[in-house]
Design a protein around this ligand. Structure first.
Ligand SMILES: C[S@@+](CC[C@H](N)C(=O)[O-])C[C@H]1O[C@@H](n2cnc3c(N)ncnc32)[C@H](O)[C@@H]1O
Length: 226
């Protein structure tokens, strides 16, 4: 099965439990990390913002709360978009949620001031094409993604802890493979310098930065053109 099909089916299946599992699995820390990417993306008071691989819309709602009124959010999972739209209705959000693939974005070049992706790029089958699309449609790009802690001892403890408790949630949710995938993909996904080089290779932006979060459990990458 192609990675994109596996990923889409997986997120369609877990969409209903995604928010709860996210909070429990990360012990709430994903919210703090998302605040960091939102702060970065809102630095120059962007007028139009795009959130890609939005899932159930966390970043879109946070960005709206920060005062941006023109937000578009996309995801290729029908179910994730369905739950994002439900949340938007309940919270009276004006964000627009669309089904779209990050590797083929239906937007004109540089039509957004700022684009965000949290915990999405790791799942994209054609990552290089995805990165090209992000910089094509936006003047600045901000990516939050898991990586590997820089300290080898921290890394060893962290991944072994994950292997102990994450599979329990796989059993509860009925999709053990999803949670095995979460660990395997976080352990092997290019991070830090390596990921930033990949961004540079696949972007028309000029400036690139990255910062490790919690010793490199996650990273925040940014690029802009001007
Ligand atoms: C781990 S979730 C992250 C959701 C949300 N950004 C968050 O931080 O809670 C990853 C999301 O990426 C989406 N995704 C994966 N590959 C995609 C692609 N090629 N195009 C659009 N969305 C994609 C999945 O459907 C899923 O909703």
């Amino acid at each position: 099965m192609r990675k994109a099909v596996f990923i889409k089916n997986m997120f369609d299946d877990i969409a209903g439990n995604y928010d709860l599992l996210n909070d429990v699995l990360s012990v709430g820390t994903h919210r703090l990390w998302k605040k960091m990417v939102v702060k970065k993306a809102m630095q120059n008071s962007p007028r139009r913002v795009l959130d890609c691989a939005t899932g159930t819309g966390d970043l879109a709602f946070m960005i709206e709360k920060e005062g941006c009124s023109d937000i578009t959010a996309i995801d290729f999972s029908d179910e994730m978009i369905h739950f994002a739209k439900l949340r938007a209705q309940k919270g009276k959000s004006n964000a627009t949620f669309l089904k779209a693939d990050i590797t083929n974005l239906p937007f004109d070049s540089k039509s957004f001031d700022s684009t965000t992706v949290s915990f999405g790029v790791r799942n994209v089958e054609d990552l290089e094409k995805g990165l090209q699309e992000l910089s094509r449609v936006s003047k600045s790009v901000h990516i939050l993604e898991f990586g590997q802690p820089k300290n080898k001892i921290v890394s060893f403890i962290y991944f072994n802890l994950l292997k102990l408790y994450v599979p329990v949630f796989g059993i509860i949710s009925g999709r053990k493979d999803c949670y095995e995938y979460l660990i395997a993909s976080s352990e092997s996904f290019p991070s830090g310098e390596t990921f930033m080089e990949l961004m540079k290779k696949n972007s028309d932006h000029k400036h690139f930065t990255f910062e490790p979060i919690f010793n490199g459990i996650a990273y925040l990458y940014s690029s802009h053109g001007a």
